[in-house]
Design a binder for this molecule. Structure first.
Ligand code: SF4
Length: 350
């Protein structure tokens, strides 16, 4: 079982953010939120006898806004025996030596640090921490020997030249004990139109993605999902569970969960949520399972030919000629130069 916990607060909204959250919040709102979240966990645990949470992920918003005491009050609700990986998404400005010491004391063993870029002008435009703050946070994590550090970067941000993300990555990897890197592309629909002038072309972005992928391959990093690379053995267990169709329970408004082939979403309205209402409750059919397997496999290790219909094979074969797809030992996968076409290709297959 894998647990996602939403922490829907941020100090200010990043310009590209598409999440529903409360950037400005009071202590009372935060306390009320935590009490509802805790109630949802307690109520759910009462109904479920075999809960073995192997991974817990504090996600969405800025989880590092919570104090270690608040984080611990949530973690204590889950059984401890099965824990393998507990991740906290953190903003660089929240990292202090005391904070890291206490996190390690409550068994948080993975930090995912939202860096996005090392370009100062871009960081200002997107409302993120400064370069100095990023380096200070990484210095602290290194000094404290934090065991498992992911960094998040974003490609296609304004003012960032096409070689800059690769350079930032090499600098960070040389100086800090980073174990995992996620690199995301901004999606079209979240892209503010006035940034278009200040960003690189798609061709350049494509080149940079390929260069980054080659650089990480030279270090023997494992490219285990289109946006995720890790040192061997440091793949995120939590993320993999999602792509492998394992059971996961996600807490808070509009959160979707998936247990024993059943999927449901919590009510998106506060009044519905407080009455524990669920929407879109369904049991996956064999066909839905196949579609999801296809989507996840193409994003990760590739799709074996045996799992595809004749029509899907023909579509993928046609993309081999375009250079988008390659086939090795009976497995189709997307080529790194065309990775950002993945959603488009998947949409043709389902
Ligand atoms: S930190 Fe994440 S959730 Fe918060 S505003 Fe930025 S992108 Fe959105």
């Amino acid at each position: 079982m894998h647990i996602y916990l939403h922490i829907p607060f941020c100090r200010q909204k990043c310009t590209y953010c598409k999440f529903a959250l409360t950037p400005i919040f009071t202590d009372i709102q935060k306390r009320r939120y935590l009490s509802y979240l805790q109630n949802e966990i307690i109520e759910w645990i009462k109904t479920w006898t075999n809960i073995f949470p192997q991974t817990i992920y504090f996600w969405w918003g800025t989880p590092s806004i919570l104090s270690p005491k608040e984080l611990s009050s949530i973690l204590e609700l889950f059984p401890k025996e099965w824990r393998e990986e507990i991740t906290l998404e953190a903003n660089p400005e929240d990292i202090t030596e005391e904070y890291i010491d206490t996190l390690q004391g409550i068994w948080i063993n993975r930090i995912s640090l939202g860096i996005q870029t090392l370009n100062s002008q871009s960081l200002k435009t997107i409302h993120r921490s400064s370069v100095d703050t990023i380096y200070r946070a990484l210095d602290i994590l290194k000094k404290k020997n934090f065991p498992n550090i992911n960094i998040d970067l974003i490609l296609w941000l304004p003012h960032v030249a096409y070689w800059e993300t690769h350079r930032a990555l090499t600098e960070l990897h040389k100086s800090y004990p980073i174990t995992h890197t996620s690199i995301y592309l901004l999606e079209d629909e979240t892209y503010p139109t006035d940034w278009k002038e200040a960003t690189i072309s798609i061709d350049k972005m494509q080149q940079e993605y390929v260069t980054i992928n080659e650089y990480l391959a030279e270090l023997w990093w494992n490219h285990y999902e289109v946006s995720n690379w890790s040192r061997p053995w440091y793949e995120s267990k939590h993320n993999q569970s999602y792509w492998n169709h394992s059971n996961y329970r996600w807490f808070w408004l509009a959160a979707s969960s998936y247990i024993n082939w059943k999927r449901w979403t919590n009510s998106p309205s506060f009044s519905g949520y407080y009455r524990w209402e669920r929407i879109d409750e369904e049991t996956l059919t064999e066909e839905q399972k196949d579609i999801e397997h296809l989507m996840f496999s193409l994003r990760t290790s590739g799709t074996p030919i045996s799992k595809l219909t004749q029509e899907q094979i023909s579509i993928l074969q046609s993309h081999i000629q375009d250079g988008y797809i390659e086939k090795k030992e009976g497995v189709f996968s997307i080529t790194s130069s065309w990775i950002f076409l993945i959603d488009h290709i998947i949409s043709q297959l389902i």
